[in-house]
Design a protein around this ligand. Structure first.
Ligand code: ADP
Ligand code: MG
Length: 726
């Protein structure tokens, strides 16, 4: 073991759990104490301001300047009472992370002193110097300014000593430069379209909310070992490393006892989350060694997404406190499971009905089936686009690349729901759908009635989009992703589907067809048409690839080409009809996607080349020299000593180091050629087709050397150390 590696392994073994300061009181005492929520608002705002703010939060009514000033004053006072001395607009640029620029409350008062200032103007809108955020050309073409604007629907919070105000981020000309803007627009779209459809069933519905419950998977690695892995440090994943003899074969990690050092980290993290109003609920070991999961209770999408973005930042911070590094990359280690971020998604009315849960009355059940079928139909129609929404250079390792399952979106409904849809598709009558006394789902008037127990839906872990009884679980989302992208596409596609459904049903009603019959007829047609998206079998199998392609589903595996779906005429039309993204915005965002893809592969290529040439080849050569020395001395002594196996070993090392050198120079040439390309799309395609393809061969030889070269001089922490020390 190299001296440094030895030291770090030794340190990792000796790290004990960090003492966590016990929270004072119970979660109900400190939940949301760092959030400017209703309690703080009531305390720090005048009654009139509080009422007006509620109206803005709930109904989007415009804020007056006076109101903004009143709120800013209250917010500032609350923040200072809780130890804050700075404020920031907190937004979500297209980098995938969050952005913040802190300003002090303190302002010179003109008389040699300072005063704490925070006006409504500063609360509502700012102009961050944002010229270096990704913009896909929007800001170059038009005006180089960007604005951040307050999102009153998501409460402000305090991190360390800074008041963070969630904002959208837009160009001077109004185009979105972030995730939150289109997310909010998509929530408006789904609200509008879904509410109209709900009114077929219940005139009292005034609003439909979209909910998100994310499950965040991640790895923890000891920080000393991490620091000795430039690949983990710079790319978030290991670009080399021989499989550990034991990894997840025994399946002994999943739901196992959580290691002491890890539980200390989790408790610390949960405490911070609860203070920030993130309703964390579940924690457990995941399938791979050193892989874990954290999930909160679901919330409205906007808040849930802000909370996930915030979580990713604080996770990193808390992990460091515990001498860990958190890996959010989708595939940090070859040969073992990657990480995802399951997005549990549902729609609910302001009358308290979950539109994706079977109901109690025939009317509620028809409503449930209506929404279910509209979702399935939207997913079918836009399966390629949904894949584009979750695809990235990093998530490609979970979908489409080497060991990953096929990059195909399908939906799993389970045997019982499928049977209901089949019955409906083939039924001639407009038979009512209802529950009997035991919550058993029935369709009357049809023999061999399929039954559906509400909480007894079967599970299929291989489905990228599974119905789980009262919600859909979009599992293909990447662990490092901003959930917003998936939520924007899903909500917009479903909104679009619902509004077309409404148009078709209304047309029938106008032509004299009775409402229920019109709905049934339309549903029947949609069930038939969207059938190819339904798949209950093994989504990871090769047979499915062939079958899916026969069914006409999108089977493209190249990430840059998958992004093309954003520019399909039907996509542009849909986003524009729903008022979510303009063509200019879509084009700009797609540019950013290609650009980001290229940069990620470029960085990986550089790191791999550097490591191969500066770490691996020199160390292998050193070992080779030791062997040569031995062989030489043996030949000097003679006396029947046989050096043939040593010579074979030397030749083997020679072969691998030579192949690495050739591979690296091919990689450099490919990169140079790709860098000359002008267009972002063509460049990304070139990086995919000619650069990324070089990685595996180089890695193969490095991993072989890891097996041969003396462990005492190997510089990089091995998989067994990264994955099992904690
Ligand atoms: P699993 O068995 O998949 O781990 P959990 O019960 O732990 O399921 O829930 C996973 C996530 O789904 C949680 O965030 C939970 O709050 C969320 N969830 C539950 N019901 C809904 C719903 N109706 N809409 C959206 N998310 C939901
Ligand atoms: Mg789940």
């Amino acid at each position: 073991m190299s001296l440094l590696r030895f030291k770090m392994v030794d340190a990792a073994i000796n790290h004990t759990a960090v003492e966590v300061k016990a929270p004072s009181g119970r979660p109900s005492d400190y939940f949301g104490e760092l959030v400017f929520g209703h309690e703080a608002m009531k305390k720090y705002l005048s009654k009139a301001d509080y009422k007006a703010l509620l109206d803005t939060m709930e109904n989007g009514s415009p804020l007056t300047r006076e109101l903004a000033d009143g709120i800013a004053a209250g917010m500032k006072q609350w923040a200072m009472d809780n130890g804050a001395d700075h404020y920031t607009h907190w937004f979500q640029p297209l980098t995938g992370g969050t952005a913040e620029k802190h300003d002090a409350f303190a302002e010179p008062d003109g008389e040699g002193g300072v005063l704490e200032e925070f006006s409504g103007k500063l609360l509502v809108q700012q102009e961050p110097d944002a010229s270096s955020f990704p913009n896909g050309g929007i800001r170059n073409t038009f005006e180089a300014r960007g604005y951040s604007a307050w999102d009153p629907a998501s409460p402000a919070f305090i991190v360390d000593t800074t008041l963070c105000i969630p904002t959208i981020f837009i160009a001077y000309t109004g185009e979105a430069l972030d995730y939150k803007t289109p997310l909010l627009r998509s929530l408006t779209a789904i609200d509008r379209a879904a509410t109209e459809v709900c009114r077929y069933f219940d005139k009292n519905v005034g609003r439909v909310n979209s909910f998100l419950g994310w499950e965040q998977e991640y790895f923890l690695v000891d920080e000393g070992l991490w620091a000795l892995r430039p690949d983990l440090m710079l790319t978030g994943r290991t670009l080399m490393g021989h499989e550990s003899a034991k990894n997840q074969q025994l399946e002994d990690h999943y739901f196992g006892a959580i290691p002491t050092r890890v539980i200390a980290f989790m408790r610390d993290l949960e405490y911070e989350c609860l203070k920030l109003g993130i309703p964390v609920k579940t924690r457990h070991n995941e399938v791979a060694p050193n892989q874990f999961e954290l999930a909160p209770v679901y919330e409205p999408v906007n808040q849930a997404n802000d909370h996930n973005q915030l979580l990713m930042t604080i996770m990193d911070k808390i992990a460091r406190r515990h001498h860990f590094r958190v890996l959010l990359h989708e595939k940090p280690f070859k040969g073992i499971n990657g990480s995802g971020k399951h997005n549990n998604w549902s729609l609910g009315t302001d009358t308290g009905v979950n539109l994706l849960a079977p109901g109690k009355t025939p009317s509620e059940n028809l409503q449930f089936i209506t929404f279910l079928v509209n979702v399935i139909s939207a997913v079918h129609r836009h399966n390629g686009l949904l894949k584009a929404a979750i695809m990235s250079a990093t998530n490609a390792h979970r979908l489409g690349a080497n060991e990953a399952p096929p990059a195909i979106i399908s939906t799993f409904l389970g045997a019982q729901v499928s049977a209901v849809l089949d019955k409906l598709e083939n039924s001639k009558s407009d038979a009512a759908i209802r529950f009997d006394a035991k919550n058993i789902f029935k369709m009357s008037g049809i023999s061999h009635i399929p039954t559906l127990l509400m909480d007894n839906t079967d599970r299929n872990r291989t489905s990228p989009f599974a119905f789980t009884g009262n919600r859909f679980e979009f599992r293909a989302v990447g662990s490092s992703d901003n959930c917003a992208e998936a939520m924007i596409v899903l909500n917009t596609a479903v909104a679009n589907e619902l509004s077309e459904f409404k148009k078709a049903v209304d047309a029938k009603i106008e032509a004299g067809v009775k409402k229920e019959k019109a709905i049934y007829e339309e549903l029947r047609r949609m069930i038939k048409e969207s059938k190819p998206i339904r798949f209950d079998g093994n989504g990871y199998s090769d047979e499915w690839k062939n079958e899916a392609s026969r069914r006409g589903l999108d089977c493209e595996t190249s990430t840059p080409l998958i992004f093309d779906r954003y520019l399909d005429r039907s996509t542009i039309q849909m986003f524009s009809d729903m008022g979510v993204l303009t063509q200019i915005e879509i084009e700009a965002r797609t540019e950013v996607k290609w650009e980001t893809y290229t940069k990620k592969i470029q960085i990986e290529g550089r790191v791999l080349g550097d490591l191969a040439m500066n770490h691996i080849v020199p160390i292998a050569s050193k070992y080779e020299a030791m062997l040569l020395d031995k062989v030489y001395k043996m030949s000097q002594i003679g006396g029947g000593l046989d050096a043939s196996s040593d010579i074979a070993l030397i030749k083997m090392i020679q072969r691998h180091t030579a192949a690495i050198q050739t591979g690296v120079s091919a990689l450099i040439d490919a990169r140079k050629a790709a860098n000359k390309i002008e267009g972002e799309r063509t460049k990304a395609i070139c990086y995919h087709d000619t650069v990324a393809v070089c990685f595996d061969e180089i890695r193969r030889h490095i991993d072989k050397l890891e097996e041969i070269v003396d462990d005492q001089i190997w510089p990089l922490p091995k998989y067994r150390e990264l994955l099992f020390l904690r």
